[in-house]
Design a protein around this ligand. Structure first.
Ligand code: LLP
Length: 433
């Protein structure tokens, strides 16, 4: 937290709004996004393409955080989106997002989802497997329609990240395998279908990746496959889609490049790799999720109970936890948390920041340095904007928090806090026979 993120009272500012006021006005736990940070990151990605003079698409991987308001912001910035379910597609449609700027991913898209995508003219369907080729072909015949498609390959690159969020290694559920010839077979099937317009190929190596080498590797692999497809099958790829996965800084020890620096390296790698080929100047697409929304998000919590143990680290418990941010429990993800009323106050103790869920594993942070806190103090966990709310649950029947967008000193609820009534909304009494 730097001085420009504080107001005269010394409180944390989010989108120009005093975070103490936000906590009081909207209650906690609360998810707040600094919208201008989202816009700036999208613009930074676009700028790097423009500086390198390549045609491109910056496609926001909306699984990181999907909401009507979020799709509206992405649309205002002229970016693309990727969706991975009927639910994300529906939300984007509700937001009035121009679906020709959407791509649809997934390793088991259903018949209904494919029908929805084709009917709503989703820009490109990223084909993941043979079953999907058949299913999509059936849907296109039934609707007498055509669609643009891409083929997702498994690049065989193991990114150094948590194994649950690795996706590019050979032994993966996603995409067509290269070595066994599946990708070539998929290409021939797609090319043989006049209803499918194959615009290019896709790969994604994983998420929260810090090493440029992995991205250069996937860039080279995609060009290699495109070159092979041209030489062997006469197919000319127009788009190379390298996926997302650009790592962000969560804690002081994380020292990633800026997200747009990864992209710059990718662009340069592709430009170099296509030189000896006849591929010309393919467009380059990226699909960042985390790097667009992660740093822009803050989770606000209120401190409640405390447990001190002789010789052991104290537990300081807040009013949220694994229901609004599963990442610490699921991936041992680390975050930094500050005292909102005085984010730069010198810390006086190391505590375990615990959530309120009835489970020992619900620890938001195993080791957080903080000044001494008391019940009622508001804490902000930083960089929670990606895969936080989007992976939220009603575990323990806790209502999910509200989401607020803050920009230029104004704030607005964009997802309402769930009520107890919302929790039983779908429940039906059981009539015993
Ligand atoms: N494109 C594809 C095909 C993907 O599967 C993903 C993420 C992305 C793009 C965006 O990756 P990003 O830029 O956000 O790293 N829940 C996990 C992350 C799962 C990522 C899944 N795929 C987490 O909380 O760390």
């Amino acid at each position: 937290i730097t001085a420009d993120q504080l107001n005269e009272a010394g409180h944390l500012l989010i989108g120009g709004c005093d975070a103490i006021d936000l906590a009081h006005e909207y209650q906690t736990p609360l998810v707040v996004y600094d919208v201008s940070q989202i816009r700036q990151q999208i613009r930074a990605f676009k700028r790097v393409f423009e500086e390198n003079d390549v045609s491109y698409a910056v496609s926001y991987a909306s699984k990181a955080f999907a909401a009507v308001a979020m799709y509206q912001v992405v649309n205002q910035e002229g970016a693309y989106i990727d969706v991975v379910s009927g639910g994300e597609m529906y939300t984007a449609i509700q937001a009035g997002f121009p679906m020709e700027r959407a791509s649809f991913h997934g390793n088991n898209k259903s018949y209904d989802e494919l029908v929805m995508a084709v009917k709503h003219h989703v820009g490109v369907i990223v084909i993941d497997n043979f079953h999907e080729i058949d299913l999509l072909s059936q849907v296109l015949n039934e609707l007498d329609a055509k669609t643009k498609v891409m083929i997702r390959i498994t690049p065989g690159i193991s990114a150094h990240t948590n194994k649950y969020i690795q996706t590019g290694q050979v032994d993966s559920k996603f995409g067509f395998d290269l070595a066994s010839g599946q990708a070539d077979e998929a290409l021939q099937k797609v090319l043989a279908n006049p209803r499918m317009d194959l615009i290019g190929l896709h790969a994604h190596i994983g998420s929260q990746i810090f090493e440029v080498a992995g991205f250069e590797g996937v860039a080279n692999k995609l060009v290699e496959v495109a070159d092979h497809w041209q030489k062997k099958f006469g197919y000319q790829a127009k788009v190379i889609n390298v996926g997302g996965g650009f790592g962000i800084r969560y804690v002081k020890d994380d020292q990633p490049l800026r997200p747009e620096q990864f992209v710059d390296a990718i662009i340069k790698a592709i430009k170099k790799a296509v030189q000896p080929t006849n591929l010309g100047k393919p467009a380059i697409w990226i699909e960042p999720g985390r790097s667009i929304v992660g740093p822009a998000g803050y989770n606000l919590y209120t401190v409640g109970s405390r447990k001190d143990l002789p010789g052991l680290k104290s537990y300081v418990t807040v009013d949220g936890g694994m229901g609004d941010n599963i990442r610490p429990a699921l991936y041992q993800a680390k975050y930094e948390t500050v005292l909102v009323s005085d984010p730069q106050a010198p810390f006086t103790e190391h505590v375990r920041l615990a959530g309120k869920y009835c489970e020992s594993g619900d620890i938001l942070c195993q080791d957080q340095a903080l000044p001494k806190t008391k019940p009622g103090d508001v804490l902000a966990m930083l960089d929670t904007g990606a895969y936080g709310y989007s992976m939220a649950s009603n575990y323990n029947r806790n209502p999910r928090p509200a989401v607020v967008f803050a920009e230029n000193g104004h704030s607005q609820v964009v997802i309402k806090r769930e009520t107890f009534a919302d929790l039983t909304h779908l429940d039906q009494p059981y009539e015993q026979n």
